[in-house]
Write a protein that binds this ligand. Structure first.
Ligand code: 5GP
Length: 202
């Protein structure tokens, strides 16, 4: 019995659906971003790296990319919205159109922090795109100009999203139905997803 058959995970968004939706987002965003200044797409490491890579190829316009890295909330501070910048932007964003590229917006705390932080840098315009939106989990209301897919309150892995550092390279989005089982054995999906030749971490 595989992890798919026993209900540990199920396919939520296929490769094809990701491709189609990202192509649509690309057309929509390209129309809105064609100002005279070179726009900057800001990806928040590491989860959004795969989405960024596909999104920029769907945007047939001149653009730059830059990266930020922020700490997850320290133990005990979850929900506080206190975030620390581990790696800041390298580009000067003054007067430019800035697009934050997120993998998933859950409570909204991370994006809310980023929007506030970037809005203090005299940007020309500030918008955000997220591939996945778990709107039902929102703690702070946050503006989101573009949304790939709205998803239910379920933990997802794949297409950049991890569980304890693994599964980012799964090409589709999987919903974890039995999170306790995965927490108990984080490698439990490796065999089913990558075959017996898969490199098992640890
Ligand atoms: P926030 O709660 O601040 O909106 O989201 C914080 C971060 O939690 C996201 O950027 C993402 O890294 C992580 N996260 C939220 N929901 C999920 C999920 O379902 N799966 C994974 N792998 N990460 C998630």
């Amino acid at each position: 019995v595989t992890v798919f058959e026993d209900g540990t995970v199920e396919l939520l968004i296929s490769k094809r659906d990701l491709e189609q939706r990202i192509a649509e987002l690309g057309r929509e965003i390209a129309r809105d971003l064609s100002g005279d200044q070179l726009p900057v797409l800001i990806s928040v490491l590491k989860g959004s790296a795969l989405f960024l890579a596909d999104l920029v190829r769907a945007l047939r316009i001149e653009l730059e990319v830059d990266f930020m890295s922020i700490s997850s909330y320290a133990a005990g501070t979850a929900g506080s919205g206190v975030v620390r910048i581990l790696k800041d932007l390298e580009s000067d964003v003054t007067s430019r159109d800035v697009l934050i590229v997120e993998d998933i917006v859950d409570t909204g705390l991370t994006l809310n922090y980023l929007r506030r932080n970037l809005s203090h840098r005299e940007v020309g315009s500030l918008k955000a795109v997220t591939l996945l939106d778990k709107a039902v989990r929102r703690i702070v209301p946050v503006e989101l100009e573009y949304i790939g897919f709205e998803i239910p309150d379920v933990f997802v892995v794949g297409y950049g999203l991890d569980f304890q550092g693994i599964y980012r390279n799964v090409p589709e989005i999987l919903a974890v139905r039995d999170i306790a089982r995965l927490a108990n054995d984080p490698n439990i999906l490796v065999e089913a997803l990558f075959g017996s030749d898969g490199v098992t971490p640890h």
